[in-house]
Design a protein around this ligand. Structure first.
Ligand code: FAD
Length: 408
């Protein structure tokens, strides 16, 4: 029986698990490895940070989830992969052999590379940071909030959009949800109470979509007196300021940032990534150098921007390639047609759904602002949680896309 190992049980790893699990026990011995006991549903984290939602709503316990479907789960950290020997090394459990390996380790949020972050910075990117931010925003007495993404850099082995910021949707949620919270929950209604500034390392904010979503977001920012600063590469966060690489500064009492994305150390050490440690694959998500290794999601060099929606598209492709080309199953391999699809919560009943493929040469470029978008986000997050990280069926997602195209 073939030994298949999935490392990383986030969006991509769990999706691959659900797609190939029908082979378990018959054709494959399937093991899922993650350093965490619970998968983290990151799209729900802004609700923790700005609404005080319990963090438990963002967590899916992995052991029962995997074992209830006859997979093996090991909670341990992968520290090395020897792709030539088909083995990987775990911190506690030593070496594990595999016939096929799926790498779905996500990207590391490199807080420590931002000077001053540990003393003065806040973020929303993981369960610890989101809860910390919720405590801070409740005691915020007014002043300057600055939010934005730090610059990330990428390798060159595959052809993918070279984005300065891998995921700016959460920045949209941070600025609109903090504005809503301070006005509605803290009654800070006067323009003198607080001011929000947003920066981006890109030439434009939301560089992964086209003019429609950008103009819609720009209009909402203007209405809320939120100013945008482009081409600003974060250098340092201080007690009451933030500095950029061009030596300009903004006054800042509360800095909320997305740190640079980097590859996990295990991959950098293993030498199977590109110059930056991200995994180079073809468009069927097969490693360019090791045909029995697949990758999907944030760790895949082809995944730009780094989005859950794209992690799912690539996980479906990786699983189908494995099923068809290695296991002889009668399935279709979906094309590597990426699209940006995300729903940005704006506080209260407001949300904007963004659906765009202009980054990849397409002509869809929708921004749909409606309480219906808020309802969809709530429905999607709840489905993910109650189905233990499984996404809604493909027919439902396709139907949703068609509805959006007609409504927008
Ligand atoms: C605040 C926030 C909001 C977001 N909102 C949205 C949204 O609304 N829509 C959307 O589409 N996307 C959103 N995203 C992006 C989305 O969350 C990511 O793109 C998605 O989680 C990537 O999935 P993944 O499976 O590639 O990686 P992850 O979900 O990060 O999973 C990687 C897994 O690998 C494990 N791991 C890492 N290193 C090791 C190791 N060495 N050993 C063992 N295990 C390891 C981790 O513990 C983790 O469980 C958001 C991101 C953030 C930060």
């Amino acid at each position: 029986m073939k030994k298949v190992v999935i490392i990383g049980a986030g969006f991509a790893g769990l999706h691959i698990f659900y797609k190939i699990r029908h082979l378990i026990g018959d054709k494959i011995d399937l093991t899922v490895i993650d350093s965490r006991s619970h998968a983290l549903l990151k799209p729900a984290l802004p609700e923790v940070a700005f609404n005080g939602e319990p963090v438990s709503h963002t967590l899916v316990e992995l052991k029962p989830t995997i074992e209830s479907k006859d997979g093996n789960f090991i909670q341990d950290e992968v520290i090395n992969i020897n792709a030539k020997a088909n083995t990987l090394t775990l911190k506690e459990n030593g070496n594990i052999e595999y016939d096929y390996l799926f790498i779905t380790l996500g990207a590391v949020k490199d807080y420590d590379s931002v000077k001053g972050f540990r003393e003065y910075g806040y973020s929303v990117c993981d369960d610890y940071q989101a809860q910390r931010l919720w405590k801070r925003i409740q005691t915020f007495k007014g002043g300057h909030i600055v939010t934005g993404a730090a610059k990330s850099t990428w390798g060159t082995r595959v052809k993918a959009p070279n984005l300065a910021a891998p995921c700016e949707g959460p920045i949209g949620e941070i600025m609109f949800m903090s504005d809503y919270y301070l006005k509605h929950e803290k009654s800070m209604k006067s323009p003198d109470d607080f001011k929000i500034d947003v920066f981006t390392p890109g030439k434009v904010f939301f560089e992964d979509v086209g003019d429609n979503p950008r103009n819609t977001i720009g209009k909402f920012m203007q209405e809320r007196n939120i100013d945008l600063h482009v081409n600003k590469v974060l250098k340092e966060i201080g007690k009451d300021y933030i500095i950029f690489e061009d030596e300009t500064q903004l006054p800042c009492d509360l800095a909320i940032i997305i740190p640079p994305y980097t590859a996990p150390k295990a991959l950098k050490d293993s030498g199977i990534g590109d110059e930056k440690g991200f995994i180079p694959t073809d468009t069927k998500m097969r490693h360019l150098d090791f045909p029995n290794i697949f990758a999907a999601g944030d760790i895949a060099a082809l995944a730009q921007p780094k989005l859950g929606h794209i992690a799912i598209i690539e996980a479906s492709i990786a699983a189908a390639t494995f099923l068809k080309e290695e296991m002889g199953e009668n399935v279709e391999i979906p094309p590597h047609n990426l699209e940006v699809f995300c729903i940005m919560n704006m506080g209260g009943h407001e949300a904007t759904l963004i659906f765009s493929n202009v980054l990849y040469g397409g002509n869809i470029d929708i921004a749909f602002h409606s309480p219906l978008a808020r309802l969809m986000k709530w429905g999607f997050d709840s489905y993910l949680y109650f189905s233990r990280g499984n996404i809604p069926p493909e027919f439902a997602l396709k139907a949703l896309e068609k509805i959006i195209e007609n409504l927008a």
